[in-house]
Design a protein around this ligand. Structure first.
Ligand code: NCD
Length: 355
């Protein structure tokens, strides 16, 4: 069966199909009211979430299906020391499809190897968040009408912001995409991302302020500084409000640009911006439900297709371990696995960090 762990698991054509189906759902809600009758979605949330979990729940309910699962690792057998592999083996016996969020990077790649049903990554540490990307894309589609030739500003925590990583992976496949990066030096994009962008010839530049970026942007993607990923809380306090979007800065933007934010916001967009018609972040939330409805239906349709997630070729590194403290290998006794990227850099197979 097929899974969705990162956006590139879907081809551009498949993303188009998911978008079209989401638009059809929006136009004909009643047609889908029983589309998942008798089906069960398991939401396995090892990390707190309101929006994403409830969005999946609402999506399955609107399709006439049922939802089971947990919203906190402490209320599951994980607190007794159960492995992800065992948890997913068990859940596969109860549900038709799984949405999983985990604080450790790479966790869903383990899950999919043991799952008897499609696995959707609902966020793994600071790594990926493909359903937020589908949400962002449906919003871009509805607000701007196309994915080509867009200049996208990414602002805030580009290091730990998994939504940013997934959005770049997805949007870089369209003609003429350019990025403007706005972040404190300490929260710049991880090197595996910038290396990939350079390799693929994706234009990006870094600027020091929102005002400077604003005039050329079609999309401004604001993000929260990810407090929970910081080992040093003082560092978080120092960086948390490095960039704030307010009404004055909106004046520098084009008339038809849009502002997106995966939410929750914690001060990086002032409430004064909410009344600006270009502020699309609350419309974005509703799009998240529609696109998840579309995705659930699509993955259930694809149950008989072969898994298309191909791991890069593994290399042997006797005794080496991944040093990323957020990697799933630091939590579970899984075999360490590595690969070499195009630049010759050795990386962890689960979290993609340099070894
Ligand atoms: C994002 C996430 O969980 O990564 N939120 C979400 O999915 N709605 C962004 C965030 O938490 O900052």
């Amino acid at each position: 069966m097929r899974h969705l762990l990162e956006p590139t698991n879907l081809s551009v054509k498949e993303i188009d199909q998911i978008m079209e189906r989401a638009l059809d759902i929006i136009a004909h809600r009643e047609k889908y009211a029983e589309a998942c009758k008798g089906k069960k979605l398991a939401t396995l949330f090892f990390e707190p979430s309101t929006r994403t979990r409830l969005s999946f729940t609402a999506a399955m309910m609107e399709l006439g299906g049922n939802v089971l699962g947990f919203s906190d690792a402490n209320s599951s057998s994980v607190s007794k020391g159960e492995t992800i592999a065992d948890t997913i083996r068990v859940i596969s016996c109860f549900a038709d499809i799984v949405a999983m969020r985990h604080p450790k990077e790479g966790a869903p790649w383990i899950a999919k190897n043991y799952s008897g049903v499609p696995v959707i990554n609902a966020g793994d540490g600071g790594h990926n968040h493909p359903t937020q990307t589908l949400t962002d894309m449906l919003t871009i589609k509805r607000e701007l009408g196309h994915f080509d030739h867009l200049t996208i500003g990414l602002c805030g925590d580009l290091k730990y912001g998994r939504t940013v990583h997934s959005l770049i992976k997805a949007m870089s496949r369209y003609e003429g995409t350019r990025y403007v990066l706005i972040s404190p030096k300490e929260l710049q994009l991880p090197s595996y991302m910038t290396e990939e962008m350079k390799r693929d010839g994706i234009p990006f530049k870094e600027v020091g302020s929102i005002e400077e970026a604003m005039p050329e942007l079609d999309v401004l993607y604001m993000t929260r500084v990810q407090q929970e990923r910081f080992a040093d809380k003082a560092e978080y306090e120092r960086l948390k409000l490095a960039f704030i979007l307010d009404e004055a800065k909106m004046k520098y933007g084009k008339k038809d640009m849009i502002v997106l934010h995966p939410l929750p916001r914690v001060g990086e967009i002032t409430e004064g911006v909410d009344n600006d018609p270009r502020a699309a972040y609350f419309r974005q939330v509703e799009n998240g439900k529609f696109v998840r409805m579309s995705l659930i239906l699509t993955l259930l349709d694809w149950r008989d297709q072969k898994d298309n997630i191909i791991d890069p070729e593994e290399i042997q590194m006797e005794g080496a371990t991944c040093k990323n403290p957020h990697c799933i290998t630091t939590k579970e006794a899984v075999r360490q696995r590595f690969y070499v990227d195009e630049k010759g850099v050795k990386r962890c197979m689960y979290c993609d960090n340099e070894v």
